[in-house]
Design a protein around this ligand. Structure first.
Ligand SMILES: O=C(O)CCC(=O)C(=O)O
Ligand SMILES: [Fe+2]
Length: 250
């Protein structure tokens, strides 16, 4: 990680969590939202609680990305700036090769989950349009990893009714980086609510790094449509020629 990233570290989180509130400008945000909105309708996958675009394409069943460049609007300015920060220097391809675009209307969210082993354990999330709270949950033994701190009660609860251990406000135009233990040992999710509640310096772990605190001082903030761009490095990449062979050609 580059040194100047240290000022962006969310120090109350396990390593690694970084938050940069002013990552892109208003104009860059407007352009990105315009590009997302002007993608052809078949680009969207409608899920029950959000909709999703996958760039350059969905992974194959064995988590392989068919090599293909990302569109230029996803490269500049975001990947260019991630490279300047050196965030993906240690990743196998040195830069993200895959982007998910998630759109959440008020009342929508994403169940606690982990992003899994298909990716290098580092995610860069750019938020657009409106703020939203991301919840982090320590993984249970059932989630695949033993943890000596978990007691019997914690083992009986399921993720979506467990209380989050950490909460992060993601402002519009911000960048959130999650990696290392935070990637592998925690689940992340977004509550299906029309208002994010219980917001305070005590409950929000990146409070000190927020661009604006005043909107949240009342302790709640109404949801508006929020779009995220999540940048990742897919570990397995197949060149087209090889993948055609792999798909049954010769
Ligand atoms: O929208 C977000 O910030 C999170 C999206 C997410 O967790 C995912 O796409 O895996
Ligand atoms: Fe995720």
């Amino acid at each position: 990680m580059a040194c100047d990233l240290e000022v962006a570290r969310i120090t109350s989180l396990p390593a690694d969590g970084f938050y940069i509130s002013d990552f892109i400008s208003d104009d860059e945000e407007a352009r990105l939202l315009h590009k997302v909105a002007s993608a052809p309708l078949p680009r969207w996958t409608q899920l029950s609680h959000r909709r999703l675009q996958t760039w350059p394409s969905a992974l194959t069943k064995n988590n392989t990305l068919l090599a293909s460049p990302l569109p230029s609007w996803l490269v500049c300015p975001v990947i260019k700036r991630l490279k300047e920060l050196g965030i993906f220097n240690d990743a196998p391809h040195g830069a993200p090769n895959h982007v998910l675009v998630n759109e959440y209307h008020p009342g929508q969210g994403i169940m606690p989950h982990e992003d899994g082993a298909a990716y290098y354990p580092l995610v860069a999330t750019v938020s657009l349009g409106a703020p939203i709270v991301l919840d982090l949950y320590k993984k249970n033994i059932q989630d695949g990893k033993n943890d000596e701190n978990l007691d019997g009660d914690a083992l009986k609860t399921t993720d979506h009714i467990r209380r989050p251990q950490y909460r992060i406000i993601q402002e519009r135009r911000s960048l959130l980086i999650t990696g290392a233990d935070l990637y592998t040992d925690y689940l992340h999710g977004i509550a299906e609510t029309t208002s994010d509640e219980d917001l305070s310096p005590d409950t929000i772990c990146n409070w000190d790094l927020l661009r604006e605190k005043d909107p949240y001082r009342a302790g709640w903030y109404p949801r508006e449509t929020r779009t995220s761009l999540t940048y990742r490095d897919v570990l397995k990449v197949a060149k087209m020629g090889n993948s055609l062979k792999f798909l049954g050609g010769r």
